[in-house]
Write a protein that binds this ligand. Structure first.
Ligand code: NAP
Length: 163
């Protein structure tokens, strides 16, 4: 099954630090919600535990953990990514939501990438998106935005489709 991935990524590929996001970008929260609402989202156990309010409403939340006893309120738990993909039951795209381990393990199966590119550098980042070969991807959508009073950094919403 073709998967989509959605990620907020700094110019150097950083995606997180201290098991949290790099920054708070309200415009991205809205964008993220509009893209993922009504779909299945698959995330690693560490990303699930980093969600401030737990499982995300209006989406089928699937958490992967190798610990078969792990329980995640409001989410289904699977012990492999393959099982998670097989159990995805919401219509349309199925999204890999991160984090670094999950992106690295699934990027080869990902057909569409929704990037929120933050045009900034973050010291102390400790989680990175896997390197992708730009020749394998076509940019099918792009919106560039300037920083404003609510969003501290310039950012772009970019959609890439595998060629
Ligand atoms: N910028 C963004 O858009 C974005 C999005 C999401 C996350 N993040 C950031 O990414 C960081 C977290 O990433 P991470 O790599 O540390 O953790 P992660 O990928 O969220 O979760 C890793 C955990 O998932 C489970 N897991 C991984 N591969 C598995 C497999 N093949 N089968 C079964 N279980 C598997 C394991 O859980 P167990 O240890 O329980 O076995 C593993 O410890 C945080 O900083 C977070 O904020 C950023």
């Amino acid at each position: 099954m073709a998967l989509s991935a959605i990620v907020v990524i700094a110019d150097d590929g950083a995606i997180g630090k201290d098991n949290g996001l790099l920054c708070h970008l309200p415009a991205d929260l809205k964008h993220f919600k509009s893209i993922t609402m009504g779909h299945t989202i698959i995330m690693g156990r560490r990303t699930f535990e980093s969600l401030p309010k737990g499982a995300l409403p209006g989406r089928e939340n699937i958490v992967v953990s190798r610990n078969a006893d792990y329980r995640a309120e409001g989410a289904k738990v699977c012990t492999s990514i393959e099982q998670a993909v097989a159990e995805a039951s919401m219509p349309g795209e199925c999204f890999i939501l991160g984090g670094a381990q999950l992106y690295a393990s699934t990027i080869a199966q990902v057909d569409k990438l929704y990037l929120t590119a933050i045009h900034a550098h973050f010291d102390d980042a400790d989680a990175y998106f896997p390197a992708i070969n730009p020749e394998e991807w076509t940019e099918i959508d792009r919106e560039d935005h300037q920083a404003d009073e609510k969003n501290r950094y310039d950012y772009s919403f970019v959609t890439l489709k595998r060629k």
